[in-house]
Design a protein around this ligand. Structure first.
Ligand code: ZN
Length: 338
């Protein structure tokens, strides 16, 4: 009886501990490499913990001349962990094929329909540098083939800088940071499912134009990349941006796409994932309620649900994540870049 009782009590004790810490229990790699890796409280947002701002708009293109009149441009030559880069290929000749390779993943391009660029055939792509990508040199390889010409590759060597992420060290009685076997099994199954979703690349570009922040009036959020060390054990980094907002605040789609998941998950509570095509996914966690279901087509600004505190959250806030070809990147970057 005592055993049963302790099992029943445990989740409640957790919540007390979570509340006291003002933090979350993301732990021991149970969530390693999942898009969603924990929650962070609005308290921490107020402390303004976030990465140093990147001057995307002021940074001119980095250009590389490739063969056959093809130019490769990147929005920054100093990509940091967890950042998003905008890539452009400009060719004097019509290209039949453009494809990128980065970190073992295929990076799809789309053809620009910008009329003023009609002298060139312009193809664009989003290149995500995963939050935990090793720092140092890494190659971005673009393969192209002109309609009338040979195929060739153009390589850009990028020096990936370490992200400046906050670390928080916490000590807590061990029994309070161990999920029970049932919870571990559930979290594992959900992590696997999320990995499968993010590995699926819809070949069509479903968005058009700029991405927006999902909360009306919000201009920035916090906690991206934040590491927690619980009892000396590093937990996986916080892979989204948190926005403090009252419960019931409408949550809007950052861009148009298709809802691929709308259901409760262990860590992120009521969660919506929108597929924008070309490997770009946005993630909305801790919702109080849903206004969409899986399979729904959604327009930019469409209502997805309401802000809540479901899952492992201490108070109402929106956890907004962005995954681009499996790389977990700062969701605010896509608002600045496009
Ligand atoms: Zn979060």
């Amino acid at each position: 009886m005592a055993f049963l009782r302790s099992q029943v009590m445990r989740p409640q004790l957790w919540m007390v501990v979570i509340f006291l810490l003002g933090g979350s229990l993301e732990n021991r790699g149970y969530l390693a490499s999942s898009q969603f890796s924990g929650v962070s409280p609005p308290v921490a947002i107020a402390q303004g913990v976030r990465t140093a701002p990147r001057k995307v708009a002021e940074n001119p293109w980095t250009k590389k001349e490739c063969a056959q009149g093809v130019e490769l441009r990147l929005s920054s030559m100093e990509p940091t962990q967890g950042s998003l880069q905008f890539v452009e290929i400009r060719s004097a000749n019509q290209l039949a094929q453009v494809e990128g390779q980065w970190d073992g993943n295929e990076i799809p391009f789309w053809r620009s329909d910008n009329g003023s660029e009609s002298d060139f055939d312009v193809h664009r792509a989003l290149l995500g540098i995963d939050l935990e990508h090793a720092s140092g040199m890494a190659d971005f390889v673009v393969s192209t083939k002109a309609v009338e010409g040979e195929s060739f590759a153009c390589t850009l060597s990028l020096d990936v800088k370490a992200g400046r992420f906050a670390t928080e060290k916490l000590k807590v009685a061990p029994q309070f940071v161990e999920p029970n076997p049932e919870q571990i099994a559930r979290a594992d199954a959900e992590r696997k499912r999320l990995r499968e979703i993010f590995a699926t690349v819809t070949p069509e570009k479903l968005w058009n134009g700029k991405f927006r922040i999902p909360i009306a009036g919000a201009t920035t959020g916090g906690n991206f990349g934040k590491r927690r060390v619980l009892n000396g054990q590093p937990s996986s980094p916080h892979s989204g941006v948190d926005f403090a907002a009252p419960a019931g605040t409408p949550v809007h789609a950052a861009q148009s796409g298709r809802v691929v998941l709308a259901e409760p998950l262990y860590f992120s509570g009521n969660t919506v994932i929108v597929d924008h095509g070309l490997g770009v996914y946005t993630f909305y966690g801790h919702l109080r309620s849903f206004d969409v279901k899986a399979g729904d087509a959604i327009s930019v600004g469409g209502l997805l649900g309401k802000v809540g505190a479901t899952g492992r959250a201490t108070g109402p806030h929106l956890h907004w994540g962005l995954t681009v070809n499996r790389a977990r990147v700062n969701s605010l970057d896509i608002v600045k870049l496009l």
